[in-house]
Ligand binder design. Structure first.
Ligand SMILES: O=C(O)CCC(=O)C(=O)O
Length: 265
């Protein structure tokens, strides 16, 4: 699939503990993004709830549910592809960190449940254990737009180069990662990881984060100082892939990255 030129909009909003307020901000900001020509709009991880294991069960919803109903309407009203960040999802007594993607008719295209749960322990800095309350997803997630094929991961998923490589093998030209990095790993890795995945795979990479709120229990690294406007159109991607043709130069006889299982969820 050949990628064509389009505008991708990244929405960064201040997420609060007031779910209704978070949802109405999303409505307004997606409309604003559409007004500026956004055809694919990306929301941050956990945009309807504060980010933290103590909040997930309280804010969790079924899909479809209140939040995804709103996303569907907003995608339809604005005639765009909406990568719905992520929300805590409840299904069958389990909780997931789930990204729902909607198309321009308001149709649910896919659900990506975070595959790699964010469990880290950096002494004196940050300990976070998503697995205390969440279950991991078991599926890779790609979808097509009229412009390009897109691979979806959520935040910590970005650290796993193999996932991005598999998306590349599946023909993705754009990888999207709704995220919510923190004040420790954010400055160290947020931008570097995006560049690494982009460089390795000769793909575009887009991320969205909640705005930084110093008063929040989890302070998101929103990378406020970085101007991340892409300088080139998507034909640039085809040119680069042709000029430095690593995908045809891969030594498939010596190594391989393969998906061993496509489970449900
Ligand atoms: O990988 C990191 O350092 C941060 C990941 C994260 O915040 C998340 O997965 O929500």
């Amino acid at each position: 699939m050949l990628a064509t030129l389009f505008r991708l909009a990244v929405v960064q909003l201040q997420v609060s503990s007031d779910k209704a307020n978070n949802l109405s901000k999303v409505r307004r900001l997606v409309k604003e993004a559409a007004g500026q020509g956004g055809k694919v709009v990306l929301l941050p991880e956990c945009f309807n709830s504060p980010y933290g294991t103590s909040f997930f069960s309280k804010y969790a919803e079924k899909i479809p549910g209140e939040t995804t109903q709103m996303l569907s309407e907003v995608a339809k009203e604005n005639k765009l592809h909406l990568v719905g960040g992520s929300i805590p999802e409840e299904d069958g007594g389990k909780l997931y960190n789930t990204c729902a993607v909607f198309g321009p008719e308001g149709e649910l295209i896919l659900k990506h449940r975070k595959i790699h749960l964010f469990d880290i322990d950096v002494p004196g800095k940050i300990r976070f254990q998503e697995s205390e309350t969440l279950s991991p997803g078991n599926s890779l997630s790609t979808f097509d737009t009229p412009f390009c094929r897109v691979g979806v991961g959520i935040c910590y998923d970005m650290r796993f180069a193999e996932l991005a490589q598999l998306y590349n093998r599946k023909g993705c030209q754009l990888l999207v990662y709704p995220g919510a990095f923190n004040m420790t790993t954010g400055p160290a890795h947020w931008e570097l990881l995006q560049r690494a995945r982009a460089l390795d795979n000769q793909t575009y990479v887009a991320t969205a984060s909640p705005a930084r709120d110093e008063a929040a229990s989890y302070v998101a690294w929103d990378c406020r100082s970085t101007d991340r406007r892409a300088a080139a159109g998507t034909t640039y991607l085809a040119d680069v892939r042709q000029q430095i043709p690593i995908s045809s130069q891969r030594r498939d006889d010596l190594y391989a990255v393969t998906a061993v299982q496509q489970g449900s969820g």
